[in-house]
Design a protein around this ligand. Sequence first.
Ligand code: ZN
Length: 364
Amino acid sequence: MKLEMIELEHENNQNLASRGSRLKLSQSDIVLLEDYDQGLQSFQIQEVREDGNGLFYIVVSDDYPSHFLNLYTGVHTSRLEPSWQDMKLWYQVQRQTKVLKFFKEQGISSKHLPEIIATGRIVHSGLCEKQYSKGRCDNTWCGTPMLVMCPAGEPVSSIVAHNGPFSAEETVRCCRDCLAALRSARIANIMHGDICPENILCVHDYQDSRKQSLFVTVSWGRAVLEDKDSPSLNLHFSSSHALQHGKLCPSSDVESLVYLIYFISGGAMPHQYSIESALKWRQKCWSKRIFQQILGEVSPLLKAFTDYVDNLCGTPYKVDYDVWLKKLNRVVDSSVEKGKMVEKVLRLKDVAESSGTSGCGNSL
Ligand SMILES: [Zn+2]
């Protein structure tokens, strides 16, 4: 990768400067980042993406040759406006960095959780006239915080939008992977607080396409670490407790997980206009056992899990992650075994067919 600095909006565009959320990088730009611990690092933009949380970038780096990474750009604190969009960026970059660092300090690591590759501030082209290390000069990009994470993947929301509902096997695996991420976080006493299809990435192993994709729970910026933290409020995916009280109860994340797997299985999600209508919808679906009905068609285990969550909702009781992970693992592993059997049979068939052809050739 050729290292060259990007020419970023050098002219003083006041409008742009005051709206940090509009800063945009383009494909093949090279971004130089000053990481607080690791010094300068460079990343090249491969793809510009937009999800419910705003713009983000798929990048590559010479230091991580076979990986695609996610890069998020934030807003310098002095440029933050209390607008909804700016606050989203702050949660996505600064707050998420704090939470992921906390995971690391606590020794929590899991293939279902994202990992920080680099975090720091962008180095802009031209002369930087900032007065102190965390300050900024007049350059629009000066001091913009950035977070680079691995792995990169496709949000579940966009997969459903393009390909429709998930298969039963994928739905169970998604549930298992999300629950594994939530359980790891719980060890550090952290709740996610924003489980929704935008925040679950489906990650493929590009080096081994036969390997199954993996679901990784991202966007930990709204995580609840202490009582004063408030979760994100999502009319479709937040728990009833979060919508009612603006706080999480111990089962809030798994309640959101039920809504998530219901959604990816093709369950209907009517438009919600207000917290009241969202609460009414939840109440109606739970009392008529609609979640259990739809998820029961996917798997008896998901139906049982939904019943378990139904009994736990709003109570102070802890979620028994281990028991449900064990059950889900058993179902996922048996379907992997079944997949392997099918593959084996197909391979045997291939061998038989090709040897048949060569046999024919020999006889000529
Ligand atoms: Zn500067």
